[in-house]
Design a protein around this ligand. Structure first.
Ligand SMILES: [Zn+2]
Length: 306
């Protein structure tokens, strides 16, 4: 079978790999789509990530059951979250497999994992519904957070991004207002929008110093900053403000698929709208990673179809 092999920075290619036969407690999945995650792009550009999750946003159909597997059936549709899924097939332990409804659109299934990341982040943020929230960044992470907040009934959601097409996407998905943080100072704008109080919660969804600073300086006294962006560089932040304003800062990197599925079941969220392109396995470098790295197109989430 064909599989993408990660060899180092900007060095990935398709190679022949041994058939992914399932071991005890595993199922073999024929992969329909595997999305390129921000963490994959980070690895592509900067080198391996701790416990490399390269290629983990997969969905597909079960083709073989390993020994001892009871609760799954052949041809059942599932999502899975194991590295190595830029491949035609993957075998993975049933604990990392999630059943999805048989009529779920495949594009939607492919973004359950990033939506689950937002679900986990918002669970940690302990959202009640009446908060004013800033999301710094309108990429996949920020947009999934936006959808989650909408599903949780939050009404005042402000978002910043340098790129106009991403801000438009955010508005289309229900953001209250967006702006370019290079043109409008985010903390001043948030103060203006909240009668000088500041946001209850700010969510960092990019992974750079500038957006982290915007989040820290935009929350109210006793506010929360949730950090989900993947940082490449160290960030220098103003700790005096952090201390005197008694800010809580929470890092988040896990997933809550059950909460994400419950948002979808409730109805009107369309996480698949972040998908901008579907490309074959062999094009992952030129039409996938290089495109996302260059930011020269209006892409947000690219799916690989093995
Ligand atoms: Zn991911």
């Amino acid at each position: 079978m064909k599989k993408v092999v990660y060899r180092g920075i900007r060095d990935v290619s398709v190679a022949d790999a041994p058939e992914a036969n399932p071991g005890r407690g595993e199922v073999k999945i024929k992969i329909k789509y595997c999305g390129i995650c921000g963490s994959d792009l980070h690895e592509y550009l900067h080198g391996p990530f701790p416990k490399s999750p390269f290629g983990h946003e997969a969905c597909g159909e079960i083709v073989t059951l390993g020994e001892g597997v009871k609760d799954f059936a052949v041809s059942e549709r599932v999502c899975s979250v194991v590295p190595g899924s830029f491949a035609e097939f993957i075998s993975c332990p049933v604990e990392r497999v999630l059943k999805i409804p048989a009529d779920m659109d495949w594009k939607r299934a492919a973004v359950i994992e990033p939506l689950s990341g937002a679900a986990y982040a918002l669970e940690r943020a302990q959202i009640k519904g009446d908060e004013t929230v800033l999301i710094a960044g309108c990429g996949t992470v920020g947009l999934m957070i936006l959808l989650g907040l909408k599903a949780m009934g939050v009404k005042n959601i402000y978002m910043s991004d340098l790129l106009a097409y991403r801000r438009e996407k955010a508005m289309g998905l229900g953001a209250t207002q967006t702006w370019n943080p290079r043109e409008i100072k985010t903390s001043a704008k948030i103060k203006e929008l909240t009668n000088g109080r500041g946001a209850d919660i700010a969510i960092e969804a990019v992974g750079i110093e500038a957006t982290l600073k915007d989040c820290l300086s935009s929350v109210k006294f006793g506010g929360k900053v949730i950090v989900q962006g993947i940082f490449t560089e160290r960030a220098l932040v103003h700790m005096l403000g952090f201390v005197t304003r008694e800010t809580t800062m929470i890092g988040t990197n896990s997933i809550n698929p059950q909460l994400a599925l419950s948002w979808i079941k409730k109805g009107d969220i369309r996480p698949e709208s972040v998908v901008t392109k579907i490309i074959p396995l062999g094009k992952i470098k030129e039409d996938g990673f290089e495109i996302l790295a260059g930011k020269s197109t209006e892409d947000i989430k690219i799916l690989i179809a093995p």
